[in-house]
Design a protein around this ligand. Structure first.
Ligand code: C2O
Ligand code: CU
Length: 446
């Protein structure tokens, strides 16, 4: 072989290598019935899981790259996967009847995800969600920053809340009158990563990124870390505008919070508890044990912030485009319906906005229940609470609207498509509290 042919061959091989390195290796997710051991029972509990795991596997992607998920539905009913918080192609958003057909039993769906934003996200079904999530279908989706910070440890806490019977079974009635009249289905077994009151061991001096995700159907968590100070670095998957000390945060279903925690150098042998303080009776969520070991060197760096991401100033001269009144009515398929402007999904009061134009929307809660309102495919800024200017140095994709509270938000739709907007208390959404925002590119024809 002459030298030229060798060079060409080497080039071809190098190119092939390149291609295979970038080839999209599909990641497999299988929804199926499986068994899970809770510590409370001798018997195993039948759950629905992704790949047999509770919670589902943590998906890792990298900012600016793409990922293909090959979803296979081995359940006896249709399902789908929604990528909560990710700004992706609308056709991949996983909402049956809106962005795709339901994925029937034995069927598969290829989700092609372009990962624009780094941060903490999660995935879950969007079909018969009040039952499918409650039976265990959910997982965390982490999009790593293109230039990753040297954290000593990255802790992921998927918080959940199960309603278990004494015999070890998941309470099999869903969307009960009790759930619907109140704030959805609250359980009796709060877990983190499927574990009850787990303990985490760290080393003195470590700098930890703690990502908390609320994947419960309805329970709101307000975690309190005793004895450790922490900084808030991201909310709902986006870096904050400005880093601030963590005090309390109402982590409603759908919400995520990322904390920067420094374990003190002299803390070997100590432990710190994390408890929930949302309900009147606080309870233990987890314990952080500091090993009696040599101190780690604390990495020094400043986590990224996004001071100019959807600034409130964008909305100064913007009129309110829509007020969604949130309330309950008699009727609907469960006898109690949860409405947005008196309408029950799928007969909803929808919105229709052009691409790229700042919009203001109001969620006005006329009921005395909780409604964590979520919008797919956008991040928004909370501008006002009950007519008073809100101070939130961050954006969100889910905001808890308290009893009789009115919240004004601002966003700039920059992804065309039909995006769902709903209460993330699964039972409320199931009973009608859901609508869509249709974002049209002016040129675009549907
Ligand atoms: Cu977690 Cu429709 O969303
Ligand atoms: Cu609600």
């Amino acid at each position: 072989m002459n030298i030229y042919r060798m060079i060409i061959l080497t080039l071809i091989l190098a190119l092939l290598g390149q291609f295979s390195a970038y080839a999209e290796q599909p990641l497999k997710l299988e929804a199926k019935e499986s068994e899970y051991q809770f510590p409370f029972f001798d018997t195993q509990t039948t759950v629905w899981s992704y790949n047999g795991q509770i919670p589902g596997p943590i998906i890792h992607g990298k900012e600016g790259t793409s990922l293909v998920v090959d979803f296979l539905n081995k359940l006896k009913e249709p399902s789908s996967i929604h990528w909560h918080g990710l700004r992706i192609d609308n056709a991949m958003d996983g909402v049956p009847g809106v962005t795709q057909d339901p994925v029937g039993p034995g069927e598969r769906f290829l989700y092609r995800l372009k990962l624009e934003d780094a941060g903490t996200f999660w995935y879950h079904p969007h079909f018969n969600s009040s039952e499918q999530l409650e039976r265990g279908l959910k997982g965390v989706f982490i999009v790593d920053e293109a230039d990753k910070q040297p954290w000593s440890r990255d802790l992921v806490w998927l918080m959940d809340d199960w309603l278990l019977q004494k015999d070890g079974n998941i309470y099999p009635q869903f969307n009960t009158g009790r759930d619907l009249m109140h704030d959805g289905r609250w359980g009796n077994a709060p877990t983190i990563n499927g574990k009850f009151r787990p303990e985490f061991t760290v080393r003195p001096g470590e700098r930890i990124r703690l990502r908390m995700i609320n994947g419960a159907n309805a329970r709101i968590f307000s975690p309190h870390i005793q004895g450790l100070s922490a900084d808030v670095i991201a909310i709902d998957g986006r870096p904050v505008s400005q880093i601030f000390p963590f005090d309390r945060f109402e982590l409603s279903p759908g919400n995520r919070i990322d904390l920067d925690i420094r374990i003190p150098q002299q803390s070997g042998g100590k432990f710190f508890t994390v408890e929930d303080r949302f309900t009147r009776k606080s309870f233990l969520l987890a314990t952080i044990n500091v090993a009696q070991s040599e101190s780690a060197t604390t990495p020094e760096f400043t986590p990224p912030t996004l001071p100019d991401f959807i600034p409130t100033s964008m909305f100064e001269n913007v009129q309110v485009a829509k007020t969604w009144d949130l309330n309950a009515i008699r009727g609907g398929k469960y006898g109690i319906g949860w409405t947005m402007n008196m309408k029950l999904w799928p007969d909803a009061d929808t919105a229709d906005y052009p691409l790229g134009v700042p919009r203001k929307v109001v969620f006005k809660n006329s009921s005395s229940r909780l409604h964590p309102m979520h919008i797919h495919g956008v991040f928004f800024r909370v501008l006002e609470r009950n007519g008073k200017q809100a101070v939130e140095p961050f954006t969100r994709d889910t905001v808890l609207v308290g009893p009789k509270e009115s919240i004004t938000i601002g966003f700039v739709p920059n992804h065309p498509g039909i995006w769902l907007t709903h209460c993330h208390i699964q039972e409320h959404a199931e009973a009608g509290m859901m609508t869509t925002i249709d974002i049209k590119d002016k040129e675009q024809k549907y």
